[in-house]
Design a protein around this ligand. Structure first.
Ligand SMILES: C[S@@+](CC[C@H](N)C(=O)[O-])C[C@H]1O[C@@H](n2cnc3c(N)ncnc32)[C@H](O)[C@@H]1O
Length: 281
């Protein structure tokens, strides 16, 4: 390393990280939608538009969770399929959308034929994959030539304050190095250049990346933290690994950090996301 270069990131423990994610998403199940549905479902229409989904589109929604994007695609008349590796998440999606085609499966090794879809969406999934570039390559494989992929990830923590402030509070009053299996950088694809590189390397062309401004209204700072503790996975694991005293200090720090965003008895936080879309060459 030279004096000016950034330190290289710690090596990814792909197997350990995948286990953490799989166990987490299986435990969380229906609690995820209650906690984060009002936030992530705001990305549904922009994603469907970017993927060119209209009546008759063969749509695959990868890491579908409770099925927001797949269900909205079906409402547009698309032939929509949702896939997720969490059995409890698929059970929740089936409960909410009994008519939807849903299946359990891994984004990094799709059990689906080549060129079978016109559109693939991945809403806030990439930042949870142990090998995100494999999932992008798999999306490319199952798309017909000319088919479109659209994915969303959170913007950098300095702008997506919903997660940024929690991470800031942990860094200030708790510990970040709690021995969790190392995953890829949570904000890797917040960088438009990284999106372009990964999509081009997988066989996509005409890559477009933009930031979409959305926000999240919550009753309080404590509700923000409790949502992360109840319905998340990466942040939840980090929070759960803190000592009880540190967790209380983090809660107090978060109340302080969120003060400027309180108005009329509620909290309104900016939560911009990066939307990347491209066409299969
Ligand atoms: C943050 S949630 C997003 C859910 C939904 N797309 C939304 O926008 O609310 C991430 C989802 O990715 C799923 N997931 C994580 N890793 C996966 C993998 N390797 N294969 C398939 N699904 C995965 C989780 O089970 C979870 O449902």
């Amino acid at each position: 390393m030279t004096a000016n270069s950034k330190p290289s990131p710690p090596p990814v423990d792909a197997a350990g990280f995948r286990r953490l994610e799989h166990t987490g998403w299986t435990e969380v199940g229906s609690a995820y939608g209650d906690a984060f549905g009002p936030l992530t479902s705001q990305a549904t229409a922009p994603l469907l538009d970017a993927a060119g989904v209209t009546a008759g589109t063969r749509l695959l929604d990868v890491a579908c969770g409770p099925g927001y994007v797949a269900a909205a695609g079906a409402a547009r008349g698309a032939r929509a399929t949702g896939i997720d590796f969490s059995s409890t998440m698929i059970a929740e999606a089936r409960r909410l959308h009994p008519a939807l085609e849903l299946r359990e499966g891994d984004a990094e090794a799709l059990d689906l034929p080549d060129a079978a879809f016109d559109a693939v969406t991945i809403a806030f999934g990439l930042l949870h994959f142990a090998r995100p570039e494999r999932a992008v390559a798999e999306a490319c494989r199952v798309l017909a030539p000319g088919g479109r992929l659209a994915f969303s990830v959170w913007d950098v923590p300095e702008r997506a304050l919903t997660f940024g402030l929690i991470l800031q509070a942990i860094a200030a009053r708790g510990r970040m190095d709690v021995g969790l299996p190392q995953g890829p950088d949570y904000f890797k694809y917040s960088d438009p250049d990284e999106c372009r590189r990964t999509l081009a390397a997988a066989g996509f062309r005409d890559v477009q990346v933009r930031t979409v401004s959305i926000g999240w209204r919550l009753p309080s700072s404590d509700a923000l933290l409790d949502n992360a503790l109840r319905g998340g996975v990466r942040t939840r694991a980090l929070l759960r690994a803190q000592t009880p005293a540190a967790l209380e200090a983090i809660r107090a720090e978060l109340r302080r950090l969120t003060k400027p965003f309180e108005s009329e008895g509620a909290l309104a936080l900016p939560a911009p996301f990066v939307l990347a879309a491209a066409e299969r060459a």
